[in-house]
Write a protein that binds this ligand. Sequence first.
Ligand code: NAD
Length: 396
Amino acid sequence: MAVQVVKPRIRGFICTNAHPVGCDQNVRDQIDHIKSVGSPKSTNLNALVLGASTGYGLASRVALTWLYGAKSIGVYYERPADGKRTATAGYYNSYALRKLAQADGFFASDVNGDAFSDDLKQETIDRIKQELGKIDVLVYSLASPRRYHPRTGAEHQSVLKPIGEPFRGKTVDLTREVITDVLIEPATEIEVEDTVAVMGGEDLEMWTEALLSEDLLATESTVVAYTYIGHELTWPIYRDGTIGKAKEDLEARINALDAKLSSALGGHAYLSVNKAVITQASSAIPVVPLYISVLYDIMNAQGINEDPIGQMGRLFSEHLGSGLTPVLDADRRLRLDDRELRADVVAEVARRWEEVNTENYLDLSDYAGFKRGFRNLFGFDVDGVDYDEPVQIELV
Ligand code: NAD
């Protein structure tokens, strides 16, 4: 049994370990938030959540379980503990979720492996047949730096680069804690294609085809995937960059899938535009950690900030779920980024962005909050956890 005191090992936007008790507490806090949104309705909902261990996927699963009593299978790619090395945060989060779901009388089981592969899709399908029956809600929340294509065997690496022209912008150097200018050269055509292959919609299409061919999507089933639009100062690197191209591909495939599901099953596929939040994926994007620090300071002061569970609580209590009618924009998208894109918030972010530099960033942004939020992702700095206490790191 591996029992040890776990202290954070962080460099820049990388944290190489995680705290099991802190992760457990994070999941409990998410459940508490959802319980404050509403008491669980008794439904027979079955949910498949792809990318279920952290960020928006984890929050979606918590919301579906504790709002609807959904039976869920969560798919993710996480490392268990190995000797003295802790598991990843997503592994501990998922362990906690299963345990807490069971304690509250809900069914939750997991498939850990590469969701892009045919083998894992087949394993998941077998588990759905054994454990759930047909899927009512499919959440697609994968965020990955690479994909091994199941048909060609090619390895595609996703990059966060502008397209056409170099991008120069402000960013916070998370290691040296200074505001610097970052210059990012434009992506090559191959890099754009690779990013689309990883973060576009082809894999979601493969999942839905596999489920449809096994007749595992229920009548009136719902598919939802996530995207980001954000403030225009992030556009060169996000919306107009390689990741934006991938999201365009995802959106086109979601709309095609919606037509297919609607005629075959009376179902729907949606893209939800979510707000910027601190996750492992977003912390790695240049510009975004500084943008989030400024944004959170402004939104917190107005009492309108949300983390993934706040967003997913809203998604599954106001738009998607039994008896709900989603409110869509002119392009058929759900907009959970409404508060981030409120005119006064956008203007204040732009004003501060002009001014922010190494001397004033601690006043003009909630960088301390960003840092804490980042450490929280790995179970560190979580209220109520005694970090001097040795803990069991091997959880199975
Ligand atoms: P995240 O890094 O917190 O979670 C990614 C999930 O994908 C994890 O569960 C991980 O285990 C899983 N995963 C990665 N590779 C996998 C693989 N090969 N096989 C199986 N599982 C794998 O990410 P996130 O920030 O919550 O992003 C989720 C979605 O939300 C993405 O589509 C992202 O673009 C979108 N989004 C994020 C933000 C943001 O600010 N973070 C904002 C709007 C939209």
